[in-house]
Design a protein around this ligand. Structure first.
Ligand SMILES: Nc1ncnc2c1ncn2[C@@H]1O[C@H](COP(=O)(O)OP(=O)(O)OP(=O)(O)O)[C@@H](O)[C@H]1O
Ligand SMILES: [Mg+2]
Length: 443
């Protein structure tokens, strides 16, 4: 009975979403090129230009990837093609271009503050001053191997008054802007773009993965109150810190769920494939929760001619997992401490990505950081349906939300101008950065 009612409700929501779908805005696609899986989503936009529903989903194991970066162009490209084909078939339409996530420990970020004297006689701040400050913010000498990915203003200080988010229209003699800059290694980003291009997809834009995941999983209140978003995938742990609704710190750490699997493989003397199964079926991140006497048995693959099984204490397994998970959260906490914003984190830690499904993981985060922790699943935008809730899709859903905003900002009549190759992409970077300036600053 209740199932029938919820089925009816879902049917009605789908019908409403379909009726609200806009042929003008069309669809938007996203590809999360992860270390363990490639996920591609196709989203249909509403008449208002917001994400209305996901109409295509494709997920395949990732090949040619290591710790978030492309290490084999051909294999990576083939995996990307596989995920895109699945999503395109389900959506019933081709996918010519997509928003792409970027991660890897080559990503570096910094906070910077710049200031100018207001040139206007009446001391009113205009968008021209804001633009000039953004240009100053991004004019910083960095390693020539690095390329700017995002430039995000955080707050303004007008004649010594800090905490101002929207300076345009206000009056001040001296205007100061603090912002967050995110860079990635040119070669790593070019390899990613080349893998996507070789799969026949044009790149609409690249987005830092932790930024995308936080777009999907955080509430407005959490961003405002101060939250650390931690996306623990297979090869990386992505961190994004928000305070006062602004991004204050980002990092990509080269450690994730694959390291837990490797530890289990070494600890229980089983092959990696068996260790992965054991982690998913019997794993727990808090050893004190598991009873001393609990034993488990699992297949350990074929050794020579014979099939092996392994019998182990679940508490011992939990100790192996706990050590690595605890290390990951100590690294996250060190990042948060270095940022200088740790004391402003009031809401706590939101954990997403595939490894967030590990039982007891929030408990370890709470013990290490002494902050509340919860699992982060994608929060569907108002009225949207069929948004995949599994945390392995958090980054891809965030990329769709980001892409929808860009399409909406451009307007229905403006088609995207994706780049056909890596060089073309970089030629357009300056233009895109100018675009980000306007869109990320909410003034
Ligand atoms: N139920 C589960 N319990 C524990 N770990 C899990 C579970 N399900 C998936 N994982 C782990 O999640 C990881 C994959 O997560 P995800 O798909 O988010 O990674 P990815 O995006 O491919 O990698 P990355 O973000 O590091 O580049 C794997 O290490 C996998 O073992
Ligand atoms: Mg990931």
């Amino acid at each position: 009975m209740s199932r029938g009612k919820s089925g009816d409700r879902q049917r009605r929501s789908r019908q409403a979403a379909a009726e609200n779908a806009s042929p003008e805005y069309g669809t938007v696609a996203a590809i999360d090129v992860g270390t363990t899986k490639i996920a591609c989503l196709v989203g249909e936009l509403s008449a208002e230009g917001t994400l209305a529903r996901v109409i295509g989903t494709g997920k395949v194991p990732a090949k040619g990837m290591h710790k978030g970066v492309v290490v084999d162009l051909e294999l990576a490209s083939r995996s990307i093609h596989g995920a895109v084909e699945l999503a395109a078939t389900e959506a019933g339409r081709p996918i010519p271009d997509a928003y792409i996530g970027v991660a890897g420990s080559h990503v570096v970020s910094m906070n910077r503050t710049v200031a100018i004297d207001n040139p206007n006689d009446d001391n009113q701040v205009t968008s021209a001053e804001r633009k000039q400050l953004m240009e100053h913010l991004t004019t910083v000498e960095v390693d020539p191997e690095l390329q700017l990915i995002h430039a995000l203003p955080r707050e303004y200080n007008l004649d010594g008054q800090d905490g101002i988010k929207r300076p345009v229209g206000m009056y001040a003699r001296r205007v100061e802007m603090s912002g967050h800059l995110i860079y990635g290694a040119i070669n790593s980003i070019q390899n990613l773009i080349a893998a996507v291009s070789d799969a026949g997809i044009e790149v609409d834009d690249i987005v830092l993965e932790p930024l995308a995941s936080s777009e999907a999983c955080l509430t407005e209140d959490e961003r405002e109150s101060g939250t650390i978003l931690v996306d623990i995938g297979g090869g990386t742990t992505d961190v994004a810190m928000f305070v006062d609704d602004r991004l204050v710190h980002t990092a990509v750490l080269p450690v994730g769920g694959n390291h837990i699997t490797k530890d289990i493989s070494v600890g229980l003397k089983v092959p990696l494939s068996a260790a992965e199964e054991i982690k998913l079926e019997h794993g727990h991140a808090q050893s004190h929760v598991v009873e001393d006497i609990e034993m488990a048995k699992a297949d350990a693959g074929i050794f020579g001619e014979s099939e092996r099984t392994v019998t182990f204490s679940r508490k011992y397994l939990a100790r192996i997992i706990e050590a690595r998970v605890s290390e990951i959260f100590h690294l996250v906490l060190a990042q948060a401490g270095d940022s200088g914003f740790l004391s402003s984190i009031a809401a706590g830690i939101v954990i997403t990505g595939g490894t967030s499904q590990l039982e007891g993981i929030c408990g370890v985060a709470e013990d290490v950081a002494r902050l509340p922790a919860r699992q982060g699943l994608s929060i569907p935008p108002a009225g949207a349906v069929d948004i995949p809730g599994n945390p392995v899709y958090a980054t891809a859903v965030g990329l769709l939300l980001y892409g929808s905003r860009q399409v909406h900002h451009r307007g229905p009549s403006q088609p995207s101008k994706p780049s056909t190759n890596a060089q073309g992409f970089w030629n357009e970077v300056l233009e895109k950065v100018k675009g980000w300036f306007g869109q990320t600053d909410k003034t």
